[in-house]
Design a protein around this ligand. Sequence first.
Ligand code: NAP
Length: 279
Amino acid sequence: MSKGHKAVCVIAWPAGHSRSPLIHNYWIKQYKLDAEYRREAVPPEKFVDFVGNLRANGYIGGNITVPHKETALKLSEPDDRARAVGAANTLWYDDTRLRSTNTDVEGFLANLDAATPGWDRGLSTAVVLGAGGGARAVIFALLAREVGRVYVINRTAVRAKALQKKFGARLRVAGWEETTGLLGGAGLLVNATTLGMVGQPALEINLRCPPSLVVADLVYDPLVTGLIASARGRGLRTADGLGMLLHQAVRGFQLWFGVRPEVTPELRAMVEADLLKKK
Ligand code: NAP
């Protein structure tokens, strides 16, 4: 191993099925870097110690996934995205300071920009289903893009109401029964719940809406969710969860290695094949 060799890891517990090693090692090879991206299974009781000694453990940074994202935020200096979302998924060193961010914010926007260009032009109303970590990243992203109003609909209403306190008056809380009515005047619908994911209940929704509605789903397993299939069936423009997953990886790679990597059809095909193989 050369002196300039760099290592990054994804920290999870249990080891999990993160696609991050696949994505980052693809880019490392493509950009011919002397680097590697590993998987580290770290239990909660060892996480503080592991992250406190990340550099001593041989790493220049890392991704954080379930169940460590909230703890990672406390152990680092978060940027405004990670702080607003309340969870960090990427760590890097700024000299000796351990910094953190939440790349889902950028991943969500970059995916929509790539898949549905112009989606935010004159967009005044968006509807977001869910109030968990993914939804918070989506809401922060939409408000940063100056979307006029964001309606949040969540099974547990109290969690949606808590977001209103956090994000202010441009965020409104609505009930499931209001979804169809709201879609009549909305430009964007985002599913940020686990509904529609493999092993979870289906997302039951009536897409009676104008043809201009753009539909985004954060769920990427299955590749084509029921929501995306039904939106496409109605001729609506869509942005899927795999696109977001690939785009959210860009910023971490850039922070660690100083190269802004590209999300290409070849990368997408490789991750798609991996997702299908695991069936
Ligand atoms: P989370 O923090 O656990 O939040 C889960 C959300 O789903 C909550 O709003 C929860 O509502 C709702 N939910 C769960 N079961 C439900 C049910 N039976 N009926 C109605 N609502 C239900 O999860 P997350 O991290 O936000 O992730 C959500 C989804 O987004 C996952 O599929 C994840 O893989 C995906 N995601 C994808 C990306 C990407 O890059 N593509 C990034 C982030 C997340 P309650 O509050 O009522 O429990």
